[in-house]
Design a protein around this ligand. Structure first.
Ligand code: LLP
Length: 418
C-alpha cells in the first residue's frame, strides 16, 4: 500500500531519506509526503485514460497544500474545488482556471462571482435553487456560467453499505427523478450554459461494482437529457476510489477504468469527454505523520501510549473511527505491549489507534501511515495547538512546504475589545 515508504536496516525511509532524520530536523508532529508516490498514483489514472479525452480534476480537499497543488497542476491536472478559499489556493499554485470545476451544495454569491471573474471551467450545481441563483449572479456579471448538474444516482445501499453520498437521503446532488426537469430549467435560464453532468457516489470505495452501477444510471440520464434536446459535452464521474489503509484491496485506478470504459464503449458513449475528481487515491498513501512518544501510561485495563500528534492534527480516527497503521520509525527493542495510541488533547475521543501492539519507549518516533489525505487538510487548532509542519520529499531532497504554526500565528487575527 505504501510503495515509497520502506524499511532499510530496520529504519523507515520515504523515497531516499530516513524519516528519523526529517523528524530530527523539523520536529514533530510532522507530515511527510512523497512526490513520486503522488505522481505514480496520478500515472495510474493517466494510463487508464490513455487515448481518451479525459480531464483529471484533483479533489483538493484531500490535501490542499500549495506545493501539492503545484505538483498536480504541473502534471496537467485540473482541480475540483468546494470553496472560495480553495479557488484562491489553486490560483496561487498556478492552476489554469479553465480546468477548475466547482462542486458543493452551498456556494455563496460571492464565491460564484469570483469563480466567474477568473473564468473557471464549470460549476457542478447541486440543486435547482442553486441553478436559479447562479443564473442571476452570472447575468448580473454579463456572462454565462458553464454548468453541470450533479445527479444523485441512488446506488443501492443494501449491496454497498459503505458508500453514502450517492444515496437518496443525503444533501448531495439532484434526485434522479428530478434531473430532466432541472436540465430543462437550466437551458431556459439566461445566465447558464449547460455543458455536462456529474455524480460522486462516495469515498473510500474499495469495490468496482458501485461505480459500474452508478455509470449505468448516469448514462440512462445522459440519454434521457439528450433525447430532450439538451446536449451534454462532458460526463464527470466524481472521485471516491479507496486506498489500502489496513489490507483494503481497492482496484487499481487503471484496472477500474478499463472496466468502466468498456461499459461506456458498450453503451456507445466511448467518445465523450470524461472528467473525474479523485482526491484520496492520489495523495492518501503518499504521506505519513511522524510523532514522538511522550509518555507510556500503563493501566489496569488499558495501556496508553501518549504521543505528540493528536486529533487536531489527524482527525480521521476521532471523527470516523478510521484505522491508520502506526509503525515505529526505528527498530525497536523489548517486548511489545498493547496500547491505545492517544494524543495530548483533552478529549477521550483523542486517539490515533486502539489496541496496537508496540514495543516503544518514551522518545521513540512513530509513523502514522496513509496520512496524505484528509489529515492536514482537516487539521484544527483545538487546544490552541499549532498545526504541524509539512515536508515534501523528492528523491533524496526534502522541501519544507509548510512551517509549523506558532501560537503567535494563531492569535494574529484576534483583537481585544479594550
Ligand atoms: N468529488 C466530490 C464532489 C466530493 O465530495 C469528494 C469528496 C471527492 C470528489 C473526492 O473523493 P475521494 O476521491 O477523496 O474519495 N473526510 C473524509 C472524506 C470526505 C470525502 C468528501 N468528498 C475522510 O477522511 O474519509
Amino acid at each position: 500500500g505504501h510503495p515509497y515508504v520502506h524499511r532499510q536496516d530496520g529504519e523507515l525511509w520515504i523515497e531516499q531519506l530516513p524519516l528519523a532524520a526529517l523528524a530530527r530536523q523539523h520536529g514533530t508532529p510532522l507530515f511527510v509526503y512523497s512526490k513520486a508516490a503522488m505522481l505514480a498514483a496520478l500515472a495510474a489514472y493517466q494510463r487508464g485514460f490513455a487515448g481518451r479525452q479525459a480531464t483529471i480534476c484533483y479533489a483538493m480537499k484531500a490535501n490542499s497544500s500549495l506545493a501539492v497543488l503545484q505538483l498536480f497542476a504541473r502534471a496537467g491536472c485540473g482541480f475540483d474545488i468546494v470553496s472560495g478559499g480553495e479557488l484562491e489556493r489553486v490560483l496561487a499554485a498556478g492552476a489554469l482556471p479553465s480546468k477548475v470545476i466547482f462542486s458543493g451544495v452551498g456556494k455563496t454569491r460571492a464565491e460564484m462571482r469570483r469563480a466567474l471573474e477568473v473564468g473557471i471551467g464549470c460549476f457542478n450545481v447541486e440543486s435547482e435553487a442553486e441553478l436559479e441563483e447562479l443564473s442571476r449572479v452570472a447575468s448580473a456579471a454579463g456572462v454565462a456560467a458553464s454548468v453541470s448538474i450533479r445527479v444523485n444516482p441512488n446506488v443501492d445501499a443494501r449491496t454497498h453499505p459503505y458508500i453514502s453520498t450517492g444515496l437518496k437521503d443525503n444533501k448531495f446532488g439532484v434526485a434522479h427523478e428530478r434531473t430532466l426537469h432541472a436540465y430543462r430549467r437550466a437551458v431556459e435560464l439566461p445566465g447558464l450554459k449547460v455543458v455536462g453532468i456529474d455524480c460522486h457516489i462516495g469515498s473510500q470505495i474499495t469495490d468496482g461494482a458501485p461505480y459500474l452501477d452508478a455509470m449505468d444510471r448516469v448514462l440512462d440520464l445522459v440519454e434521457a437529457v439528450e433525447a430532450a434536446g439538451i446536449p451534454l459535452a462532458h460526463i464527470d464521474f466524481g472521485g471516491g476510489l479507496g486506498i489500502d489503509y489496513n489490507g483494503d484491496r481497492p482496484p487499481a485506478a487503471d484496472t477500474l477504468w478499463a472496466q468502466l470504459l468498456a461499459k461506456l464503449d458498450a453503451r456507445g458513449h466511448g467518445g465523450r469527454h470524461l472528467m473525474i475528481e479523485p482526491g484520496r487515491s492520489l495523495v492518501g498513501n503518499a504521506g505519513v505523520c511522524l510523532t514522538e512518544v511522550l509518555y507510556l501510561k500503563p493501566g489496569e485495563h488499558k495501556n496508553f501510549c501518549i504521543v505528540d500528534a493528536a486529533m487536531n492534527d489527524l482527525p480521521r480516527p476521532a471523527m470516523y473511527q478510521a484505522f491508520h497503521r502506526i509503525e515505529p520509525v526505528r527498530p525497536t527493542r523489548g517486548n511489545a505491549q498493547r496500547y491505545d495510541v492517544v494524543g495530548p488533547v483533552c478529549e477521550s475521543g483523542d486517539w490515533l489507534g486502539r489496541d496496537r501492539e508496540l514495543a516503544v519507549r518514551s522518545g521513540d518516533l512513530l509513523a502514522v501511515l496513509s496520512a496524505g489525505a484528509y489529515c492536514m487538510s482537516m487539521a484544527s487548532n483545538y487546544n490552541t495547538r499549532g498545526r504541524a509542519a509539512e515536508v515534501l520529499v523528492d528523491g533524496d531532497r526534502a522541501h519544507l512546504i509548510r512551517e509549523r504554526e506558532t501560537a503567535q500565528d494563531q492569535m494574529r487575527m484576534e483583537r481585544l475589545p479594550g
